[in-house]
Write a protein that binds this ligand. Sequence first.
Ligand code: SAM
Ligand code: SF4
Length: 355
Amino acid sequence: MKSLTDPFGRIHNYLRISVTDRCNLRCMYCMPPGDSRRHDSASVDGEHPAGSAFPAFGAAYDDLPHVQGLLTFEEIIRVARIFTSLGVNKIRLTGGEPLVRKDLPVLVSQLAQLSGLRSLGMTTNGVLLEKYAQELRDAGLTHLNISLDTLRPDRFVRIAMKPSFASVMKGIESALKVGFQRIKLNVVVMGNVNDDELPDFVAMARTHPVSVRFIEYMPFRSNKWETASFVSWHEMLRRIARVYDWSSAERCYDDSGVAREYRLKGWSGTIGFITSMTEHFCDDCNRLRLTADGSLKSCLFHPAETNLRSALRTGNGDDCIETLIRAVVAQKPATHAPVEQLVAAENRSMIEIGG
Ligand code: SAM
Ligand code: SF4
């Protein structure tokens, strides 16, 4: 059996595929206002026309000439098949917002048929989930992460720049109803923005079978990260323990391998912390990332990338693509730079990489 093993012995069995760099939200930490790449978008092939099907959501990144720039479904499937032949058994679709990519359930059903795949997940902002939850489940999606940074509709508008709170809540309900077994809720915790809501989010795990995962805010190009907006997981825990009796919390298994996950006695759900900034998990990293325009990245925070799209489009065989993939894995850094250095690092923004 082939595997993608790097010089530090880490086996890469997990591929995150970004299917678009467009989004129907504008989260302040991901696609911040003032970024020079923000534009109002025109309709493009391959994606829902912004401004028509979803009139509330007009603006999107549109630097990529999308018709040629985005990997097609055929190209994504071909790359994914090469990866699964190299030992990848877990794929997650991300973006931008994956559900703004037209016909996404079709891609899901094609990926779900790949032999060797154990897990096919998606990270979504949930805005379009009410419409797609059942279709995605039927198509073979196995895992769902939904991002939600506040439980207050007015604050949602401030963080995501769109009045879509109610749609996201309906999306979460629909996802639970159609039987996604353990939905993860991703909450990016930001000082003086939503850090006062930690106990409210924790309360969701008491009654709902969800895993609420608090994510340390990460710095990316022009996302205005600053020390004052950063809340470490230790600080999050300290604040939660002021409200909840944490002495009964038990550490539990987390299939992502990146969250410190806990369950309070008798609760339906769990609480997790993604500690990438204060306590990284690079030693066990098993992830590779494919951007929407077909570049392969070995690390979220490392600017190096290798363009697979041109190799795919110039008649190269699978062995050539495999060689390129192996070269990326061979050059994966041991660890990412500390947070103080990441603030000034040259890298794509989160929405372009795919989280
Ligand atoms: N649009 C989808 C969503 O929001 O779930 C998928 C793409 S989004 C880039 C993937 C994840 O990255 C989301 O959970 C989002 O909250 C997280 N994220 C984006 N920027 C971040 C940052 N600066 N720090 C920490 N997490 C971030
Ligand atoms: Fe869009 Fe997700 Fe980024 Fe928010 S975090 S702007 S929903 S891609």
